[in-house]
Design a protein around this ligand. Structure first.
Ligand SMILES: Nc1ncnc2c1ncn2[C@@H]1O[C@H](COP(=O)(O)OP(=O)(O)O)[C@@H](O)[C@H]1O
Ligand SMILES: O=C(OP(=O)(O)O)[C@H](O)COP(=O)(O)O
Length: 394
């Protein structure tokens, strides 16, 4: 990478503003998956071990510039403290006198965690005033928040205009692994795109068609394509205004010789929930009052076969509503195929796909579990990541 990293700078005695991505799932005030916190530990330990005064900053959820009590970072501070086996001084303010006093009283190797940076409206606007407030707290900026690197915010980009800015170990590792995979991808190269964020991901498909040999579509995303093919999708997830785009992408795939895989059968339900009635139907027979919540057995077999014959597979987004057992078969099937594909380099693109892979016990069989969903997709698309662009060149 042509950007400076934490290994290129002296940190002893310095106040280091370290942006991390502690945007973790929470339930009843507890962290339910600490993977992102664990992923930041090496950088934090390197900093504390070298005698830096560490100021950690993260967002949690999307509070949109207001204080939302459930989105405070208190539970995150507790979990981090357990993982590090040392005290983490959590502040109630994002910037200003309280954090300043906490930082002033830090010993070398001590840690302060600021409150959720998205409680400040200036964060997502990349407000210059807020970026300066952050910079005033520190001598050096370390960005280790790969999961938020696709965001140009005050604590991921703006701050770098004021103080020296370098990448952390996690950021470096993510960019290195994904960069190597993308530079000259081993072929056949397959991307599997699923999940529910149709609006976010439909644009990604366009760019991926320039890069991959096989594109597999599953999850809620699939039904806009199914409808575009001329089939009825009942009550399944659908973006009516993206139908033309879906048609264009299918034509582009054909033009480019990219094999475009869509479900040929699905598990449909008469309700969204554990107690729904379900049945497997061919894709052209989704009943009007039913909703497709998973890919079907024939589709699973085909997708498994494609994975088996690939050399590089990147997976973002579950194949169905995996949180409910009845609709988890597609996601488990694909995860299993990736786990079994020993000669295939497998990359899991963060978010719910990573959660699913963890849940079903395949995590240690994957070559790279990225901490960023949106960030890894934008990187793979070839887009610039503002959180990386902002760092100092070597
Ligand atoms: N057929 C479907 N209908 C509705 N929701 C779905 C369907 N398939 C998957 N989902 C949901 O998609 C969600 C994940 O979507 P998304 O956030 O786009 O994935 P990721 O976090 O991996 O990027 C999961 O909660 C899952 O239940
Ligand atoms: O969870 C995240 O994104 P992801 O679900 O795409 O991995 C990051 O923390 C970024 O959060 P955001 O999409 O609210 O900016």
């Amino acid at each position: 990478m042509n950007k400076k990293s934490i290994s290129d700078v002296e940190v002893k005695g310095k106040r280091v503003f370290c942006r991390v991505d502690f945007n973790v799932p929470m339930k009843d005030g507890e962290v339910t998956d600490d993977a992102r916190i664990r992923a930041a530990v090496p950088t934090i330990q390197l900093l504390t071990g070298k005698g830096a005064k560490v100021i950690l900053a993260s967002h949690l959820g999307r509070p949109k510039g207001e204080v939302v009590e459930e989105l405070r970072l208190n539970a995150v501070a507790k979990r981090l403290s357990e993982l590090l086996g040392k005290e983490v001084n959590k502040t109630d303010a994002v910037y200003g006198e309280e954090p300043k006093a906490a930082i002033d009283s830090l010993e070398e190797g001590g840690i302060v965690l600021l409150e959720n940076v998205r409680f400040e409206a200036g964060e997502e606007k990349n407000d210059g005033g807020l970026a300066k407030q952050f910079a005033d707290l520190a001598d050096l900026f370390v960005n280790d928040a790969f999961g938020a690197a696709h965001r140009a915010h005050a604590s991921t980009a703006g701050i770098a205009e004021h103080i020296p800015a370098v990448s952390g170990l996690l950021m470096e590792k993510e960019l290195d692994v994904l960069g190597k995979a993308m530079l000259s991808p081993e072929r056949p190269f397959t991307a599997i795109i699923g999940g529910a964020k149709v609006k976010d991901k439909i644009g990604v498909i366009d760019n991926l068609l320039d890069k991959v040999d096989n594109l597999i579509i599953g999850g809620g995303l699939a039904y806009t394509f199914v409808k575009a093919q001329g089939y009825e999708v009942g009550k399944s997830l659908l973006e009516e205004d993206k139908l033309d785009l879906a048609k264009q992408f299918m034509a582009k795939a054909e033009e480019k010789g990219v094999k475009f895989y869509m479900p040929v059968d699905v598990t449909v339900a008469d309700d969204f929930g554990e107690h729904a009635n379900t049945k497997v139907v061919p894709i052209e027979e989704i009943p009007a009052d039913w909703e497709a919540l998973d890919i079907g057995p024939k589709t699973i077999e085909t997708y498994k076969e494609v994975v088996k014959n690939s050399k590089l597979v990147i997976w973002n987004g579950p194949m169905g509503v995996f949180e409910i057992d009845k609709f988890a078969k597609g996601t488990i099937g694909v995860a299993e195929a990736l786990a079994e594909a020993e000669d295939t380099y497998t990359v899991i693109g963060g978010g719910d796909s990573a959660a699913a892979v963890e849940k079903f016990g395949f995590a240690d069989k994957m070559d790279h579990m990225s901490t960023g969903g949106g960030a890894s997709l934008e990187f793979i698309e070839g887009k610039e990541l503002p959180g990386v662009t902002a760092l100092n060149d070597k």
